[in-house]
Design a protein around this ligand. Structure first.
Ligand code: F6R
Length: 648
């Protein structure tokens, strides 16, 4: 990541545009933090200071508040300040941005519920000072209600501080593309992408309400201070468009470019598509001398793709004319090209566990020991085959002892209809032979379940079992002995609901014990570092915590950790440190292995906005990698899986 990432201790106070050269292409003041946690603490600090200043002046403090995953840690910090530092909310009046429509307050998906659970229930705010748009109005009441909401904000003196998240459509509040800059609180129709993003919380797309009541863009712009939060890779693209693009109602957040006191507080990954981070050499003098070879490779790959040339085809003038002359200060284009070409070429190997009796000086993996013990950590029961099925297949075929550790049961993602099918089969098999009343009870539960009902333990276990046996199907197909499968059922996930617990001691201990037992030479883990909320990141945090505890054990000196990426994205070329090619047959075998995960086929519950099935995504991603490398001038392969080494 670029050196422009600023220190965590920095203030998020608004700075005049263009104060620093690195912000040359940027039209909104932004502060980049290494992680969402420290960023949230800084934001909470600004809010707390405002509340205290207003208190000292004997005035109310009017806050505009957001829901969703982005502000949760800010609220946690405010609660901590209330409990430990005596921060009082007695002078605070809040206006929430939005609420789904229709929506009952008590529903766990309601923003009313969210706000009380995540903030209001834990601080001393007066209930009469809390304002959240209502989801229970009659349609004919909505218009007057919205005017009244606006009026109430004005009566309170206007919003002092507005907290925002941003949707992938560029919405703020629920002001979707097309929203007017002067819009006020009103009823709106949700965009498909927004509904897809909410599908997880609602247990499927079809359950997400189509409408919402939201404050308008104009309402937000009237706030005296605006802070927008964004974390993780899924926000990177919209953040770059909003900060660097033209103002357009197609991306309503760009209207914030016209607000004089707005700051975007973002983490490194959400900032990764900004020009200053993605192609810093375009911004000003970029000092490659302090950079490692990987950073130089990034620039060379960028140059190739910009000019549609191969690495070995780049000429001196290509570097000079595209802001990369600095790379040729102490070498020639010819030598640099060869150096970077070799670097990528050497990462390609058909021997992910190391090639026996071969010189390994330039290979990604060690030759010794020839037979390695390997643990593949799979956050969900199908990530092993979706994300690294080809490599998995090769490791087994090349004689390594491959263990697979399924970190979570994956129960959340099995549809009730799918579960019902299994109970009905069991029921019909046993009918007349034994007492089936229990199965009938489960069938009734599944048939009568309502949206948002917590899962019964029986049904939760049944769903986990369905996924467990799908795993056996896939791993037997790859010739892995059943005893090498480890179903960890990490407790953080076992909530019988969509919402999970944070990772804890019990989870880490389970991972630690397995590593201690297997003593692996290789660990593969899902390296979705970019996803701050999802299960993959939590599972990775658990592995990192376990590695930290084990790192001084003798056998760990021999253990290399490789990170693969999930079904959503791939490492960038310069980041790839081991690239495993697949033949056409291996691609088909991988497809077959993924097919065993039947409960995740045909419109599985948590597909995200990408409607392709997992096997299609995996195949396209792997063939894209192969094509991308071929365009850079490397040999043409059918498909490739990529890994990055993690040092601990
Ligand atoms: C929430 C809201 C939305 C969210 C946005 C991002 O009150 O108005 O604009 O801020 O959809 O949601 P998360 O933070 O969940 O990514």
């Amino acid at each position: 990541m670029s050196t422009t990432i600023q220190k965590n201790t920095q203030s998020i106070k608004h700075q005049p545009a263009g104060l620093f050269e690195e912000t040359r292409y940027e039209k909104i003041h932004n502060v980049i933090f290494s992680d969402a946690n420290s960023a949230s603490i800084a934001v909470a600090k600004e809010i707390a200071e405002l509340i205290r200043t207003k208190q000292a002046e004997g005035k109310n403090c009017v806050l505009g508040l957001a829901t969703g995953s982005s502000p949760v840690k800010v609220y946690q910090e405010l609660i901590r300040m209330h409990k430990e530092e005596g921060l009082s909310f007695k002078n605070v009046i809040t206006f929430n941005l939005d609420e789904y429509f229709p929506m009952q307050k008590e529903d766990i998906q309601s923003y009313w519920h969210f706000m009380h659970k995540n903030l209001f229930n834990h601080v001393d705010i007066l209930p009469e000072n809390i304002n959240i748009p209502s989801g229970t109005l009659g349609k004919e009441e909505v218009r007057d209600y919205c005017y009244a909401y606006e009026e109430k904000i004005k009566q309170a003196g206007g919003i002092d501080f507005q907290l925002l998240g941003i949707g992938r459509t560029g919405h703020i509040g629920f002001n979707e593309p097309g929203s007017n800059v002067n819009s006020i609180t009103r009823m709106v129709t949700l965009n498909k992408v927004t509904k897809t993003d909410a599908a997880h919380a609602f247990g499927g797309y079809k359950n997400v309400p189509s409408k919402a009541i939201t404050m308008g863009v104009g309402t937000v712009l009237a706030a005296r201070r605006v802070v927008l939060l964004a974390w993780g890779a899924s926000k990177a693209s919209i953040i770059a468009k909003t900060i660097e693009g033209e103002v357009s109602s197609q991306i309503p957040a760009t209207f914030l470019q016209e607000h004089k006191n707005t700051t975007f507080v973002i983490d490194e990954t959400a900032a990764s598509e900004l020009i200053r981070n993605k192609t810093p050499w375009l911004v000003g003098d970029y000092d490659f001398n302090n950079k490692n070879e990987e950073e130089i490779a990034r620039a060379v790959v960028w140059l190739c793709e910009r000019l549609d040339k191969t690495i070995l085809g780049l000429r001196e003038e290509d570097y000079l004319e595209n802001g990369l002359g600095v790379l040729l200060e102490d070498t020639s284009a010819y030598d640099l090209n060869i150096r970077i070409f070799n670097r990528i070429q050497r990462a390609i190997t058909g021997w992910p566990g190391g090639k026996p009796n071969a010189d390994d000086s330039y290979r990604p993996e060690r030759e010794h020991p020839h037979k390695k013990r390997v643990i593949i950590f799979s956050p969900h029961p199908d990530d092993d085959v979706i994300s690294m099925g080809g490599t998995f297949d090769r490791l087994v075929e090349q004689g390594h002892e491959v263990h697979i550790a399924y970190q979570t049961s994956g129960s959340t993602a099995v549809a009730d209809t799918e579960a019902l099918r299994f109970v009905e089969v069991a029921h019909d098999m046993l009918l007349g032979k034994t007492d089936v009343s229990h199965l009938e009870k489960v069938m009734q539960i599944l048939k009568n379940k309502k949206q948002g009902d917590k899962e019964t333990l029986d049904v939760w276990k049944l769903k986990g079992n369905i996924r467990r046996h799908e795993c056996y199907g896939a791993t037997r197909y790859y010739n892995v002995p059943d005893e090498n499968l480890h179903f960890l059922n990490l407790p953080f996930y076992e909530t019988q609901a969509v919402e999970k617990q944070p990772i804890g001691e019990a989870d880490i201990k389970i991972i630690e014990d397995l590593i201690r037992e297997v003593k692996p030479h290789q660990i593969y883990a899902a390296g979705d570092l970019a996803d701050p909320h999802g299960t993959h990141k939590v599972c990775l945090d658990g592995i990192f915590a376990a590695l930290e505890r084990l790192k001084n054990e003798d056998y760990m000196k021999d253990c290399w950790v490789w990170l693969y990426r999930g079904a959503w994205h791939e490492w960038d070329v310069h980041e790839m440190e081991m690239i495993v090619p697949m033949t056409r047959d291996q691609v088909l075998r991988k497809r077959q292995a993924i097919f065993f995960h039947q409960s995740q086929k045909d419109g599985a519950m948590y597909m995200g906005s990408d409607m392709r099935e997992f096997w299609q995504r995996a195949e396209e991603r792997n063939s894209d990698t192969a094509n991308r490398l071929h365009k850079l001038g490397l040999a043409k392969y059918q498909a490739m899986e990529a890994f990055r080494r993690h040092f601990f």
